[in-house]
Design a protein around this ligand. Sequence first.
Ligand SMILES: NC(=O)c1ccc[n+]([C@@H]2O[C@H](COP(=O)([O-])OP(=O)(O)OC[C@H]3O[C@@H](n4cnc5c(N)ncnc54)[C@H](OP(=O)(O)O)[C@@H]3O)[C@@H](O)[C@H]2O)c1
Length: 343
Amino acid sequence: MGQAHRIAIIGRGTVGGGVVDILAREGAVIARRCGVDLELAAVVTRTPSRQRSQALPPGCRLSADFGLVLDDPSIQTVLLLVGGTTDAREICLRCLTAGKHVVTANKAILAEFWDELFACAERHGVCLGFESSVAGGVPVIGALRDGLVANRIDAVQGILNGTCNYILTMMEEAGLSYDEALAQAQALGYAEADPAFDVNGSDTAHKIAILARLAFQTRINFRQVDIRGIEALGPGDIASARRLGCRIKLLGIAQRFPDGISLAAAPTLVPLGHPLASVRLNYNAVNIEADAAGPNTLIGQGAGARPTASAVLSDVVAIACGERALSGPRAHGAPLFDLPVIF
Ligand SMILES: NC(=O)c1ccc[n+]([C@@H]2O[C@H](COP(=O)([O-])OP(=O)(O)OC[C@H]3O[C@@H](n4cnc5c(N)ncnc54)[C@H](OP(=O)(O)O)[C@@H]3O)[C@@H](O)[C@H]2O)c1
């Protein structure tokens, strides 16, 4: 067994359930592989009485009150797996202020309150991990922060929303209309009952704002992202793209130019030979143009309980192992440069 590291989950939903599941199946192997024994000490969720498919380990406390976590000095890391921005921001700040590391999949609070959250983490000498906030199980944050740390990043382009990629794939391959493809995505559980945030490009914009901070180490205001969705696309657009030797993909794009950077989340013509053109269905992919390493493309499951929980646990293990990569300027894209957003 490794050294014990006590964690709490706040939000026992899709991702929180995935974490409970992976810990139950793989916790012992993770402990042997990494030398840290992740002990699930508490789960806080809005309706603790609701039955869930994953049982909690013996001794794990269950409550609706996150004060339980704040008041327990033995809990070192909080996995903040609640959506929305109001409660999630408050819980995040209070956990950081209480001296607890936080790992979150909530890209909305990161995109909107980045500076405030990381300033708070730094003040209290704790880490804020966010691998799971972009592209689910695809380890793109670690790639930018660690694997490509010696590079100047010139561009990041990503298929960052599986719902949109599924809809566009079905429009192209099965000849469905936008409404038919969306209905199919909803029936398969790939799209929310209210899919607006996905299909209007906002979700992709949150994610590209996060990636751009790490890629360019400059201050990014999420509102500077040029956002366009896929709702107005029809069969004519798909056919025109095909005639041009392209596919339409909703991409998040962050690009470096001599006099600044551009940030966009928009339907984009992708030439058929480009690695992103062949990414189908609900898959995510990120292409990173790095000056020394060259182009790198990562492809995988961008959402879902287990892929996202896999990313959450990668941060938890890094924190539990005391890896320095999750603190200091490179961990959160501290603004070392002043690059204007030019368009
Ligand atoms: N699902 C994915 O594939 C995925 C992928 C990447 C990132 N994310 C992000 O991860 C976060 C969680 O997503 P999810 O899909 O797991 O959401 P979810 O299934 O809706 O689960 C959220 C959970 O949070 C709990 N909750 C809500 N408000 C709370 C509060 N104030 N205090 C304590 N618990 C509260 C709810 O509890 P009850 O069930 O007890 O009512 C619910 O179970 C979101 O920010 C999402 O954008 C999700």
